[in-house]
Design a protein around this ligand. Sequence first.
Ligand SMILES: Cc1cc2nc3c(=O)[nH]c(=O)nc-3n(C[C@H](O)[C@H](O)[C@H](O)COP(=O)(O)OP(=O)(O)OC[C@H]3O[C@@H](n4cnc5c(N)ncnc54)[C@H](O)[C@@H]3O)c2cc1C
Length: 630
Amino acid sequence: MTKDIVVVGAGYAGISAAQTLAKKFKKDQDINITLIDKNSFHTYMTELHEVAGGRVESNAIKYDLQRIFKKYPKVKLVTDKVVSIDYDKKEVVAEHQTLSFDYLLLAMGGEANDFGTPGVKENGFTLWSIKAAERLHDHILESCQKAMDEHDTAKRRALLTFTVIGAGFTGIEMIGELVDWIPVLAKEFKLDEDEFSLKVVEAMPTILNMVTEKEQIKTRKYLEKKGVELILSDGVTSVDKDALNLSSGRVIPTYTSIWIAGVKANTDAADFEIEQARAGRLVANEYMEAKGKENVYVAGDLVYYEDPNKGGRPTPQIVQAAEQTGHTAAHNIIAAITGGEKHAFKGKYDGFMVSIGSKYTVAYVYDKFHVSGFVASAMKHFSNLLYFFGIRSFYNIGAYLRHEFFDIKHKRNMFGGMTSSKGNNLWMVVLRVYFGSMWLFEGIKKAFGLFGTDSWLGDKVVFPFPWLQAAEATSGASEAASETAGAAEGAAQAAHQVFSLNYTYGEEPMQVLKEMPDWFASIMKFMMSNQEVALFMQKMMTFMEIAIGLALIAGLFVWLVSALTVALVAMFSLSGMFFWVNMWFVPAAIALMSGAGRAFGLDYWVMPWVGKKLDRWIYGKPRHIYGLKK
Ligand SMILES: Cc1cc2nc3c(=O)[nH]c(=O)nc-3n(C[C@H](O)[C@H](O)[C@H](O)COP(=O)(O)OP(=O)(O)OC[C@H]3O[C@@H](n4cnc5c(N)ncnc54)[C@H](O)[C@@H]3O)c2cc1C
C-alpha cells in the first residue's frame, strides 16, 4: 500500500531527513516523499549576518532546492506555507494546497524571541530569516544615506549607532560583520568613521557563553580594539524608534536596535496541537516522535527534547543538532514503515566556531581545542564546505567558494581580498593571441615540415621514442643509413623534430627531461605500440596544435584549451620533447584560464550560452515556486 511521507521545512533538519528517506526508499514505488517549504530555496542560516552586514548578496545564501535534490528525484518539492495540520484527515494544510500524509515530520525551525519586550516588534530588527537579514541590511544603508544629509550632529550620530542586543554567537557574529562594514560605509557615504558607533548589550556579565573563557577574552579584546562598546549585566527594557532603553536607566540614542537575544519555536507551529515546552518548542521523545501524536515527528530548532546524554539539557538550537534530530526522525519513520528497530537520539556536537567579521574567528572544538584567528576562519569555511559535501551538493560547493572567496568585495575575506581582486580581461587579449600564434605556428611547421624538419603528416615516425626509432632504423626506411646507427642516434635526430619552439641563441636549449621516466615510457609504449599508431598520433597532434592555436586566437573555449595545453606540456616534458625555454607556456595558460576568451573572443557569447544549456540540462530550470501544476 502507498505511504506518503511529508517533511515540512527545508532547513538543515528537513534536508537531512528528506535525503535519508530518499536514500532508503530510492526504488520503492509505494513510498512518496514530499518536502514542503515556504521558500523554493534553502536558507544558509548560519551566514545570515553576512547578508545583513553587507558582506555577501542575499542570493549567496539562498540555495535552490531543485539543485540540492538533483540526486534525490524521489523527493517531490513543494513551495507553500503550511498553516495547519488536520490529524483526523491526515492532511497538511498549506496556503495553496493540501497534502495527505501517513508520516509527518515538522522541521520548521525557529524565530527571534523578544520575550515580550516592548517595542522590539515595532522598532527593532531581528536576524532569523532571509527577509529579516535583507531588511536590516537595507535599513543600515538607508540610515547612512539619511546621516549623509543630516546637519544635526546628535541625530547623525544616532543614525550611525548600531546596537546588537544579545552576546551569544549570533549577536557576536553580527557585530563582527558591522566592524568590517563600517569603514566601507564611511567611504561610500563620505561619512566620518569616528561618528559611527557599535555597541553590544548583554544581560549577563559575560559574552559567548557556549565557549570557554579563553575565547571570551579573545573576543572581548578583539571587539574592544575595534572600538565596539560592550555593555554587560544590563538588560533592555524597551526599544523606541530612535532609542534603546536599558534597565540601568541608560538610554542609547539609536535608530538601529538589532534584537538577537533569544530564539523560540516557529510560531507557525504554535497551533499544531502538540505540547509545547520552553520557548514554544514542540515536545518529542528520544525517537523524535511528537508527544501525543502518532506518526508525527519533530526535528531541528523546533523540537524540545531533554537529552539524558547531555545532562538532561534540551537539544541545542544549532546546525549539528538540527541535522542529527532530522536524521533520527527519518530513521524512525523508516523503522515504522519497514518494521525495523527504532533509534534513540544521541547528540554529538563538535563545538563552536564564531566568526567575528571576515578575518577573525574564535573556536572551541571537540571539548579541548582552542583555535583562533586565520586557522579558525579556515576551519569555519571548511566546515561550511563539508556541509555541502554532506548533502552531496557539489554545485553549491562551487557557489560557496565563488561567493566567499572569488567574488567578495572590499577585501572582506580571510585572505584580505587576495583571492577576489579582479583585473580587466582586456589585458589578456595580447597574451592570448600571442600564445595562440605560438601553437598555430608550431602546428603549421609540423604540417608542412618547415625549417628543415620532417612533416608530421608524412610517413616517417618523428617521435623520439626508442622502441619506435629502433623499428624505424631497422626497417630499412633509409637504405643509406647504417644499421649500426641504432636507436640512440635515431632518437637524438628525432628529438630535434619535436616541440621545438626554442631559441638556440648559439646554444642548444635544455630539455626538461632528457629521457622518459620508465613509468611514463610503459604508458606511451602501451598507447603507441607500433609505427602505424605512432603515425596516426603524430598527425592527430599536428591538427590538435593547429586547432589549439586557432581556438586561442579566436577566444573560443579558452579555459578548456588552456588546460589542455598544460596537460600537453606535461606530456611533452615527460616524453623528453620539451625545453625549459618554453616553460612559460604553463603560467601563461593558467593566466588565460581567468576568462581571457571573453574579451574580444568568442567565449563572450559562447560561454554564457553553454553555461545556461548545461545548467538546464543537469538541474532543470530553477523556479520560484516548485510543485505547482502548470
Ligand atoms: C545569524 C545566525 C547564525 C547562526 N550561526 C550558527 C553557527 O555558526 N553554527 C550553528 O550550528 N548554528 C548557527 N545558527 C543556528 C542554526 O542556523 C539553526 O540551529 C538551524 O538553522 C536550525 O535548523 P532547522 O532545520 O531546525 O531550521 P531552519 O534552518 O530555520 O529551517 C526551517 C525551514 O522551515 C521553513 N518554514 C518555516 N515555516 C514554514 C511554514 N509555515 N511552512 C513551510 N515552511 C516553513 C523555513 O523556510 C526554513 O526553510 C545560526 C543562526 C542564525 C540566525
